[in-house]
Design a protein around this ligand. Structure first.
Ligand SMILES: Cc1cc2nc3c(=O)[nH]c(=O)nc-3n(C[C@H](O)[C@H](O)[C@H](O)COP(=O)(O)O)c2cc1C
Length: 192
């Protein structure tokens, strides 16, 4: 099972990333080309921030946030103060592979981290809103459409565009102003 979190790395970098949680281990598959990939090539630690879905979706658009810092082995590690919970992981393995799928060939770094610290920052209970999941789906489509390395067939691009429009309609019906504003940004920034 994959959980979507926000990975913070470097001084002030955040990105939505899917993680595999296995007991005390966090495994992430990073596509070559992102800042997170670059940071985790060099850094021995990263932080997995468990966040509200809006924060997950927003993280694909901006690095701006309220960051806190934790010191491990003399290094300052950034985390999101707004997260529900944070996991600090120490990298103990990196593996480099080439993956072939519908979107072509991509280079991946598989990073295995061992959880060395975890802390709950907030225990707010928020009822599920349908716009939450749809916004995360819009963020996934946005990141695919805007990835220069992904060469997509015209019909796939058209299908993604249709999905975006469908999700946007529902978000406008069921979401808050914050959901709708973010969805509007995805619609206007996606390269159709
Ligand atoms: C929900 C979601 C999950 C994602 N999961 C991954 C992932 O597992 N691996 C990856 O390399 N990129 C993933 N991405 C894409 C990155 O978040 C995206 O490339 C981002 O722009 C990288 O930011 P950075 O350059 O600041 O690291 C995901 C995007 C979304 C919206």
């Amino acid at each position: 099972m994959i959980h979507e979190v926000v990975i913070t790395s470097g001084k002030k970098n955040k990105a939505p990333i899917g993680i595999y949680l296995k007991e005390k281990k966090i495994i992430i598959h990073l596509f070559e080309g992102s800042h997170t990939y670059q940071n985790l090539m060099d850094d021995d630690y990263f932080v997995a921030n468990i966040c509200h879905p809006i924060e997950i979706a927003e993280a694909v658009l901006t690095d701006e946030d309220d960051y806190g810092y934790l010191n491990f082995d003399g290094k300052d590690l950034s985390y999101l103060k707004n997260a529900y919970k944070i996991f600090v992981a120490k990298v103990n393995k990196r593996k480099f592979i080439t993956k072939r799928d519908n979107f072509g060939e991509s280079k991946l770094m598989i990073v295995e981290g061992e959880i060395v610290f975890e802390k709950e920052l907030k225990n707010t209970i928020i009822p599920y809103n349908r716009a939450d999941g749809l916004l995360v789906e819009m963020a996934v489509i946005y990141s695919r459409l805007n990835n220069e390395k992904i060469v997509m067939k015209n019909e796939d691009r058209e299908a993604m565009k249709k999905d975006m429009e469908k999700y946007f309609k529902i978000i406008k019906k069921v979401g808050s102003k914050r959901h709708v504003d973010l969805a509007k940004r995805f619609m206007s920034l996606s390269l159709f």
